[in-house]
Design a protein around this ligand. Sequence first.
Ligand SMILES: [Fe+2]
Ligand SMILES: [Fe+2]
Length: 286
Amino acid sequence: MTMLPMTSPPSTPLHRRDIDFNMGAPIPAHWLAGHCHLTRFYDAMSIMFPEGERAFIETVRHYRDRIGSDADLAHAVKEFIAQEALHSREHVRYNRRMQEQGAPVERLERIVASQQAFARRYLPPVARLAITVCLEHFTAMFADQILRDPRCLEGAHPAMADIWHWHALEETEHKAVAFDVFTAAIRAPLRRYVLRCVTMPFVSIIFSTLLWRFTCHLVRHDGRGTDVRGWLHLLRVQFMRPGPLMRMLPYWLAWFRPCFHPWQHDNHGVMERFRQRFDRESSGGG
Ligand SMILES: [Fe+2]
Ligand SMILES: [Fe+2]
């Protein structure tokens, strides 16, 4: 892990890639190697994205005026909002396809929406910003695993591998934007540190619980809730080999360092292959 000062390296250009992943095409319900449990783990995440990303956009937009004269950060915020809006659009299409194939998507989306409504109603903007920053760290950690290890999406339908790689690429590109807004908006370092450290455990528990609850619900709806071998395979893949959830642990712990910044984990290298490819596709090649 390379130590860098508390700013994003200048070589992190953000750029939106407006790609239609053709979620209306025939795609098998269990698109990840034909495996119900593995597929539903990703599908559960997808159900959380549209509402979640709308909330990220709202929160960051709320603080846009407080970032002062930093033109680079202002540009990054603009691209962050554009990228998240496109992710939201594509995951809405992804989720509609799932629903048309019979998955109980609307019911789970309502749970996410009610959590967001609760946060909007009862939490102050600063708490919502802290939650956004924590969730962006979560998505960046998982995105890094997806880009780094081809085994995570081995056997996936090509359109589904594409949408996950595209999303993971852009989550990595903009992984520091909400954090930099948080730093600019809350001037007192101690307040910032305490706020993000207190928020992270809550966010981790709530997010992980919801993810596994949705996965269980989708698998049960497929009639595979008692398929022990299927569950063991999912747990083995996520925690052992390739084990993305286990490999995320050092990066999760790094969050609690007082001088933490997302780009201290410099993973530009894992983005390059996907960047070239999706840049080509968004400029008319695909
Ligand atoms: Fe996103
Ligand atoms: Fe994001």
